[in-house]
Design a protein. Structure first.
Length: 288
């Protein structure tokens, strides 16, 4: 991880914690190299998950460390999920890391699991929101005092103005728990309206990630993420996907792209492209 506040508490005693890759402003290059070398020696492989919103200098540092160590055992996974969604994704990967999956499968599973995380926020304004498509009409409404908006960043972007007759955001069609992180906004819409509409099976609270106000364009927000909490369900989900070997680095993978070298999986000759969850549409999963 690239921030300590994206490391959620473990779900059980078996779930390992995560290391934090520090920025160039707080850690010299030689220290970063030493730390990564130690992690590789201890664990064999390192999977770094980071948001697409990280400063360029931090992303450049990560690639520099991997290049200088000349290691093909470091996966750098950039995610477009908002901060709380990334924190959920990292915890799920931590859960899977103790299963009988190879490092390549765990790394490439990040793209699969992201489709099953419903990450959004309630905002007081969308005027500075540039990571989710917002109409000019919604921008105009955000200038009205007291306006609040419910925004879903993924898996399918949605936006609505909260009002007396507002329809809840379209949510998961499978059993989830809801993680909630409160910013500087007073609202009970998530717990009073969204959670019942999505039929969530549990509600947890977490501290608001420090990068959330910048990601959402305002500090007056309540961020949320609905996710699959059961490790057995996550295991079955990943195990059900066909595995292949990367033709470039020979790592095992699922889906259509290697998690370690980012090389795409070649299409078999005379075969139509895959139509699985990593390739198109919103995934379907039975409600438990």
């Amino acid at each position: 991880m690239t921030s300590a506040d994206l490391v959620l508490p473990p779900t059980d005693q078996q779930t390992p914690t995560a290391a934090v890759f520090q920025s160039p402003a707080t850690q010299p290059l030689d220290a970063a190299l030493t730390e990564m070398h130690v992690l590789l020696e201890q664990h064999g492989h390192v999977i770094v998950v980071y948001p697409s919103s990280v400063p360029p200098a931090l992303e450049q540092r990560m690639y520099a460390v991997r290049a200088m160590l000349e290691s093909d055992r470091i996966a750098l996974l950039k995610s477009d999920l908002p901060p709380l969604g990334i924190a959920v994704l990292v915890r799920q990967l931590r859960q899977l890391s103790i299963c009988d999956f190879s490092a390549g499968v765990v790394a490439s599973a990040a793209r699969l699991l992201a489709h099953y995380i419903y990450a959004g926020a309630v905002l007081n304004s969308v005027t500075k929101l540039d990571r989710v498509a917002v109409s000019l009409k919604s921008h105009a409404k955000s200038w009205v005092p007291g306006s609040q908006f419910a925004v879903l960043a993924g898996p399918t972007p949605q936006l609505l103005k909260i009002g007396q007759n507002s329809t809840p955001l379209s949510g998961p069609e499978f059993g989830t728990q809801l993680l909630l992180a409160k910013g500087q906004l007073q609202t009970d819409w998530v717990t009073g309206t969204l959670a019942p509409a999505w039929q969530v099976q549990g509600l947890q609270e977490a501290a608001l990630p420090s990068d959330s106000p910048r990601w959402w364009g305002t500090g007056k927000l309540v961020e949320f993420a609905a996710f699959l909490p059961d490790i057995s369900v996550l295991y079955q989900l990943v195990a059900s996907v066909r595995r292949a070997k990367c033709h470039w680095c020979a790592m095992e993978l699922i889906g259509d792209r290697c998690g370690f070298c980012s090389s795409p999986l070649p299409e078999p000759e005379n075969q139509s492209p895959a139509t699985g969850v990593l390739n198109q549409g919103t995934p379907a999963h039975p409600r438990s």
